[in-house]
Design a binder for this molecule. Sequence first.
Ligand code: ATP
Ligand code: MG
Length: 616
Amino acid sequence: MLKFEHRLKHLSALNKYFWKYRKRFFIGIFFVVASNYFAVLAPQITGFVINQVQQRLPGARPMLSQPVHDRLVDWFINLIQSAHTSFGWLVALCSITILALAVIRGILMFFMRQTIIVMSRHIEYDQKNEVFQHYQKLDTNFYKTHSTGDLMNRMAEDISRVRMYTGPAVMYLINLITLIGFCVMNMLRKDVHLTLLVLAPLPILAITIYLVNSIINKKSEKIQSLLSDLTTNAQESFSGIRVIKSFVQEKAMLGFFQKNSEDYKKNAVGLAKVEAIYFPSMALMIGISTLVTILVGGLQALQDSSKVGLIVEFVIYINMLTFPVSAIGWTASMIQRAAASQKRLNEFLQTEPVIANPANALTATVSGDIIFDDISFTYPHTGIKALDHFNLSIKKGDKVLLLGRTGSGKSTIAQLLLRFYDPTEGSIRVGEHSLKKIDLHTLREQISYVQQDVFLFSDTVSDNISFGLAQAAMQDKIEQAASFASVHKEILGFSNGYNTMIGERGVTLSGGQKQRISIARALIKEPEIIVFDDCLSAVDAKTENEIISNLYRYLHDKTAIIITHRIFSSFNFDNIIVLENGEVAEQGTHEVLMANNGYYAELYRLQLTEEGREIG
Ligand code: ATP
Ligand code: MG
């Protein structure tokens, strides 16, 4: 029990939402109470009618006591008795009233759902937004350590479980408390002794259902996680279908899938077995209560005939109690599960991004010299040291070429400049300011980073190019950016030109086309600093030259860092850096590096002979 209360604490994070929608919530509670009040009136009228009927039977025993009723029912009975109608009419009037009560109850229940369930949908919406907003705030490191499936689960599964608390669970809880309250109050008012006897089995029922439910939940949780494995498995097979087919691994994948699916089936069958106990145990308990009523009530009725109506009334009450008593069990487990989900959500919402905006962040335009001052960097979750006492100074407007073997730390430099990570040692300055003092938004707005692995959205070409802009871009600006990236002509060749859909539901672009569209997306921002991370690898030498010369022509006063594996000897780079194991191995202009006769010169000669072979 203590554990239960302890877990419930997590749900208190939701109180702010209940407060936000308090009007709806209180109106909802009113509807619940009112509908249950009307529900307990009908059995009393039935009891009254039964007594009236049996009084007219030949040889009827006398009524020794007058049954007690609710005030509203008393008023109604007085009303129809004072009308002195025929007996047939009396029965008919009572039936119509019972029907009317059922209708009133139905209407009130409709409004109860309309208020409380709708409130829970509003809360769900707010919560989804809150979680999504937090996702956007978290840094790259968080995404590296959590799988996409886990992240999606929080958005979908956890929030919908919490909604089961704010909606159905809260509604059932209020409903069952008031209904049980009204029923038991009415029963006690009529016959304390009989009430206690009849209600005795019901707590056992509530506890049984709670226990069975806990088992069911444990099993369904297991099933849920197996299902998630199964989906991940299927998803990977679909997106990696080309790899699977080209490596002829269809059979192996199928076997893997079948094994997962077998586990899932076994657990699902186990769950069905436990669920099968549920209803019989409920029916048994209700049956015992009914039996006690008839037995004890029947014995009493032998002396006092007014008890006949009472038996009928009690049997109806017991049936009315079936649902709320069994609901205690599953409402409790619903609340428990919601608490577990909310706990996960709370933990997540309390995760502060490591890379946060500084207090009094500078929002002035980011420009000027870039200085990497003795930077060392180790990736936090793998412990790989990517940069080792790396020093570099870049003047505003410089065009810098960054070369180096694969894994030498080139992309890491770009990531540090964008502050996806903070360096372990050393500091980076842009202009006069330390990177850590600059507002993150301003910083990233002023740097265009073309990533090594291109990512485009499933959207039109235009929307992909203008993605980084705050306002909708003019068409001619988009086209200009595309021309600078040497992709304009190809886009015009698509069936819908700039409005062509790309991605999963649209045309499939070639690797080079994707790269150049992502370059156009970077150029249209007109940034102060531009970083090309190996983004010319999939285009031919001629196009490559075209793009770089455009860069020189149109962005002559902007700083550009070009990361590559090739040498562009026709351009006069202000500085060429050769990186090796996270350190600067060589540095200088083309002439200096050629004279140096190191990695650069070797690469240059290799490239020349290759090009010579191509031409020859
Ligand atoms: P390439 O030319 O292949 O793109 P690179 O010079 O860009 O290589 P980096 O991506 O900077 O190399 O990687 C430098 C080192 O850091 C490598 O050893 C790599 O395994 C490691 N590394 C890169 N990214 C991560 C990451 N997100 N988490 C952990 N380690 C990483
Ligand atoms: Mg790289």
